[in-house]
Design a protein around this ligand. Sequence first.
Ligand code: BMA
Length: 340
Amino acid sequence: MSQVTMYTENLPNIPWQEKPTDCPGPVWRYSENPIIRRNPLPGVARIFNSAVIPYQGEFIGVFRGEQINGVPQLYLGYSKDAIHWTYEKEKIAFVNEKGESYMPRYAYDPRLIKVEDTYYIIWCTDFYGAALGLAKTNDFKTFIRLENPFIPFNRNGVMFPRKINGNFVLLSRPSDSGHTPFGDVFVSESPDLVYWGKHRHVMTRGYNQWWQSLKIGGGAAPIETSEGWLLFYHGVIGTCNGYVYSMGAAILDIDNPSIVKYRSGNFILTPEMDYEEKGFVANVVFPCAALTDAASGKIAIYYGAADSYVGLAFTTVDEIVTYIIENHVANGDDNTIGIL
Ligand code: BMA
């Protein structure tokens, strides 16, 4: 029985494995990882950093597909078990609100969020440099692009799965257009998905926790729980061999998600397996989605591994929330700058 409640749907067919007895942390990997390997479909060399969601009793995913010309685009995939996937051969064909083709020059790191009856995809696109792209669909057949939420440069746009105080709410990470050696998470609101404002700082990089000392960025869409919004995110350290991306977890206030209630000072998953340590970009664990089953408290996290594969990891809401609270470290988050 779960003591922390998730206010999400029941998902009896969530992928799942019990925790191995020798697992040292609150999150454990699927034993058959990676679930998506190289050359997953013609013309696509690698799929990673991708998002999945339950749909009509099965699962649907929006995948970052690295084409064989090196340019990332988004592809749709289907699965009965959320582990084995089949893909559309053509990249997602975005249109504008008039129905005209409106393709991004590139598209990567998608998040997929259902708010009310509509599914939103938010990703990193080209808008005179790295910026957030936004599109909606109701049927996964027609994908209508909306206004880009922000001016450049920005990455890691993650929408909340419901409106808060009547507004859509979006986490983002202002960046540069390159490999961004800095970065905190901010939150913004919109009544209509066109005009965004009420920008607030949420989390700073963790100065005293070296694994997240360079930059951080939102990961999976926040999960509503009785303790607050459970957020899986990535944190980065700059080493003499380059960046290392790990997974962190925090709990944000339910009515005002700019307030961090608890934040684990420790990473909850860090590159350790071959498929995380070796690949197109070594040492990357990059969460983009999570499935939840409210009845059992099970959580399945999808993460990109080494910019080459998709990995699956598990936890329960009780285990992860307890871990975050017990390992909470205040990071000097500043909730006052920018508030009128
Ligand atoms: C970030 C993003 C991610 C990628 C990571 C590691 O800046 O571009 O897509 O996984 O770098 O290369």
